[in-house]
Design a binder for this molecule. Structure first.
Ligand code: FMN
Length: 169
């Protein structure tokens, strides 16, 4: 079993969630964790894709929201290619590979919009199996940190994902 975990992260919160998921998946799988700038454009050879990014302006980031994060909010890292652009370049999988998505968002549960839902829509259109429900992980403010317990939730979610795929339960 080979899994690919792709993340986008400006302050590092989404990366922490991605790495917590990957660490738990790695108990049962060969796992590669890559940021969206370095991610491959084909998932051939992988049995599972996990992808996550921050929610910006109610959806996946765009070049303009990333630039604004750096300019107006002092984000320490500006991805050149976010999850949105990576998905635009990603090839259709040759089999219906499971793809599971997550996002990070501010701790305002009534604020609408989710990068994960938008990413899931793209992955479904590309022919991935998106039957595992997406998750949101919450951060304080724009820069984080993650709320207490979110990394534990990420680890537990990885166990659920494996169980859904019939692996390691
Ligand atoms: C320009 C910009 C727009 C944002 N828009 C939203 C939003 O619409 N909804 C939301 O919940 N969080 C929003 N956020 C907060 C981000 O989701 C938060 O910065 C992110 O989860 C932090 O993850 P990271 O450390 O991996 O970058 C926005 C942040 C920035 C910089």
């Amino acid at each position: 079993m080979r899994a690919l975990v792709v993340y986008e992260s400006l302050w590092g919160n989404t990366e922490q969630v991605a790495r917590a998921i990957a660490a738990r998946l790695a108990v049962h799988a060969d796992v590669e964790v890559l940021d969206s700038d370095a991610a491959p454009l084909s998932v051939d050879g992988y049995d599972l894709l996990v992808a996550g990014g921050p929610t910006h302006a109610f959806s996946m980031t765009r070049a303009a929201t990333r630039a604004d994060a750096v300019k107006s909010h002092s984000a320490p890292h500006e991805p050149g290619r976010g999850i949105r652009e990576w998905l635009n370049q990603l090839e259709r999988p040759s089999t219906e590979v499971p793809a599971v998505v997550f996002d990070t968002r501010v701790d305002k549960p009534r604020l609408p919009g989710s990068a994960a839902k938008a990413a899931k829509h793209e992955l479904r259109s590309l022919g991935f199996d998106t039957s595992v429900k997406q998750r949101t992980f919450r951060v304080h403010g724009y820069e984080g940190p993650l709320l207490d317990g979110e990394l534990d939730r990420a680890t537990e979610w990885a166990v659920d994902i494996l169980a859904r795929l019939g692996i390691g339960s």
